[in-house]
Design a protein around this ligand. Structure first.
Ligand SMILES: C[S@@+](CC[C@H](N)C(=O)[O-])C[C@H]1O[C@@H](n2cnc3c(N)ncnc32)[C@H](O)[C@@H]1O
Length: 442
């Protein structure tokens, strides 16, 4: 054991300290902490994100010095840093769901702002001050991907994987989740008991829509009549909007649709496909929509790229002509049906792979605004053509500051001005960062 002082927080949420002249990542620590550590393993260099340790490699300070990332086991905490707070959840420290529950809200909000600023700085984008983080909060996460696994006797563990492991943490509570979802964990575990084969696992996607919880259970099982009846009773007892079983020889089996699971935005109601993407926090979603509505003031022709089921389309002026594109056919179909029901003839939709087949300049021409909200990989190909376009305003929503900064560099090199960047903390207690940026062509 060696006593180290934590100097900073790495982008993966681990504390960073120096050990034998080598930087080490120390999980669940805070800047200013003084803790005992033991060198454990060295992974290939992951760019300082503090993730992705390779398994089974021996601790080796020399290998670490040669460019690896050294990981340590944490021992006794001797001195607590000034930003350390008591974590809210009993599973903190083992569960892989939350990495930074032990840090104050003020610290995390400013840390996320600094991370965005640093990501832009690494791409040479220096002339913009990243705004203060729009705050997140506990009990607001409305989307979760859990795993259930049966033991040899049919008892089920249900929760998130432990950090860096295949081991499941059997959740007894989850204070980051919307309470309406958290209350379902114990009964779900109970209803699945005895239904999965030994060591079999199932993935469970839970979305909280505006009409109730929508659960999709996915696994390679063939449900017998008992399982179907028990699951239907579970949906009734807990007033789920919908419960769907996916996988096995039956494909997708709708167990119960008690109400269509619907996102109800003003002027646009969309029934969510099972397991579809939702913004993780409804309060943050409303803030995103508010900012997009402001950015879209007066816009007559708008394109929503990576639209999903239309969360951001819903914020656009109802008088504007909108084209929404996404590669997920079920999401686009749901948006189409919602738009038709609401007589939104201004909305055009199409399925399109924007990574392989981005909109080209002639397709972008004549639009007042483009919104894009790509997955974490960013939108390199689309940013390239946007950089050459004459679209006067672009709103870029991102969940990955690194790829956002790469794409921002392209837009700026193409003549755009980065007008504002605001982190939006929809991944509370996690080091993940969401942001919304506005680019204008002067
Ligand atoms: C961060 S989500 C945003 C969804 C939507 N804007 C919203 O707010 O609900 C990213 C979206 O990108 C879509 N997507 C992923 N890869 C894509 C691709 N290659 N081409 C087009 N869309 C893609 C996903 O289906 C998903 O809907």
């Amino acid at each position: 054991m060696t006593l180290v002082r934590i100097d900073a927080l790495g982008s993966g949420g681990d504390g960073i300290a120096m050990l034998d002249g080598q930087q080490v990542f120390v999980p669940f620590t805070a800047p200013g902490d003084e803790v005992d550590v033991t060198l454990q393993k060295v992974a290939r260099d992951d760019g300082g994100r503090g993730r992705g340790a390779s398994r089974g490699r021996k601790p080796d300070a020399a290998a670490a010095k040669a460019g690896g990332v050294a990981r340590v086991k944490v021992g006794k905490l001797h001195v607590a840093g000034p930003d350390r707070v008591a974590p809210a959840c009993r599973h903190f420290g083992s569960c892989g769901g939350c990495a930074v529950q032990h840090l104050s809200d003020d610290f995390m909000a400013d840390w996320k702002r600094q991370q965005v600023q640093a990501a832009l700085g690494r791409r040479g984008v220096d002339g913009i001050a990243v705004a203060e983080t729009f705050r997140g909060g506990p009990a607001r996460r409305r989307r979760a991907g859990l795993t259930a696994q049966s033991d040899n006797r049919g008892a089920v563990r249900l929760g998130f994987h432990a950090r860096g492991s295949r081991e499941l943490v059997d959740l007894q509570e989850c204070p980051v989740l919307e309470p309406e979802l958290a209350r379902l964990i114990a009964p779900l575990r109970q209803v699945l008991a005895g239904k999965l084969a030994a060591k079999e696992s199932a993935r469970i996607a839970i979305n909280l829509t505006d009409t109730g919880a929508d659960i999709q259970i996915e696994g390679a099982f063939d449900p017998g009549p008992d399982m179907l009846m028990d699951l239907a009773a579970f949906a009734d007892d807990f007033d789920l909007a919908r419960l769907t079983l996916t996988g096995g020889s039956m494909g997708q089996v709708p167990i119960a649709t008690r109400r269509p699971p619907t996102l109800e935005w003003p002027g646009l109601h969309v029934v969510a496909p099972p397991g579809t993407f939702l913004q993780a926090d409804k309060v943050v979603e409303a803030e995103m929509q508010r900012r997009i509505a402001i950015a879209a003031t007066g816009a007559k022709r708008v394109i929503d790229l990576f639209s999903g089921i239309g969360t951001l389309t819903a914020a656009l002026p109802q008088t504007a002509e909108v084209l929404a594109l996404d590669s997920a056919a079920d999401a686009i179909r749901a948006l189409r049906v919602g738009a038709d029901k609401g007589r939104r003839t201004w909305l055009k939709t199409a399925v399109r792979n924007l990574m392989h087949d981005p909109l080209i300049e002639s397709e972008l021409a004549g639009h007042d605004l483009v919104i894009l909200d790509p997955p974490a990989a960013g939108a390199r190909a689309q940013a390239e053509t946007l950089a050459r376009s004459d679209v006067p305003r672009i709103v870029y929503v991102s969940c990955a500051p690194g790829t956002f900064a790469r794409d921002a560099r392209m837009l700026i090199d193409g003549g755009y001005r980065l007008t504002s960047v605001t982190p939006l903390d929809q991944f509370f207690w996690s080091p993940e960062i969401e942001l919304l940026a506005v680019f204008d062509r002067p």
